[in-house]
Design a protein around this ligand. Structure first.
Ligand SMILES: [Fe+2]
Ligand SMILES: [Fe+2]
Length: 199
């Protein structure tokens, strides 16, 4: 890059700045009217010293959810590709799914019953946004019920059942897709609330 390019922002840079308030997920459901806090506290500031002590707890929980979800998918992929045999696949995935389902239910419960109503009372204008996130939880709970039922069946299946493994894999993929959208939209909405509140 030349000196002049460094010192003089290009038209592209200026355009990027203009659109920098867009939510991060490409298929975000968040409407521009709900982004007034996100504009004040965009993601590049979430970990700065002024805010990290208020925002990092929530983000860390989400990081752990994404990590557990990724590991489950990797184990399932390893079985589907032949890297893991039936015994290895079951020994790796059974307990992890039980733990993941439990932790996700706990997480959604705390949000639905505690945090989300509190945030709506602070910012009534955001009620429709939190309604979307609440519906995500309902859909996620359905998928988690399916995953748990498939996992319970897997626990009883000493004999290899490829069809069951494929069904479980498809459920994991659906959960990954929903979580990616849900967690990202939730962070764009919630992290600025946490960072900007006085407590
Ligand atoms: Fe959530
Ligand atoms: Fe969450």
């Amino acid at each position: 890059m030349t000196d002049s390019a460094q010192n003089n922002p290009s038209q592209q840079d200026l355009d990027d700045d203009l659109f920098s308030v867009a939510p991060r997920h490409p298929d975000s459901r968040l409407e521009s009217d709900w982004l007034f806090l996100y504009e004040k506290l965009p993601p590049d500031q979430w970990f700065s010293a002024d805010y990290a002590y208020k925002t990092s707890g929530w983000l860390k929980v989400h990081t752990n959810i994404r990590k557990r979800q990724r590991i489950l998918t990797q184990i399932s992929d390893a079985y589907m590709s032949g890297e893991f045999d039936w015994t290895e696949y079951r020994s790796q995935i059974l307990k992890r799914i039980n733990m993941h389902v439990l932790k996700l239910h706990q997480h959604h419960g705390v949000e639905d019953e505690g945090f989300f109503p509190e945030f709506v009372s602070m910012y009534p204008k955001l009620a429709p946004a939190f309604e979307i996130l609440g519906h995500d939880h309902e859909y996620l709970n359905e998928l988690l019920d399916t995953l748990q039922a498939q996992n319970d069946q897997l626990a009883r299946s000493d004999t290899e059942d490829k069809a069951l493994a494929k069904e479980l894999h498809d459920t994991l993929v659906a959960i990954t897709d929903l979580l990616q959208q849900h967690l990202t939209d939730e962070e764009d909405l919630v992290i600025p609330i946490l960072g900007l509140r006085q407590s």
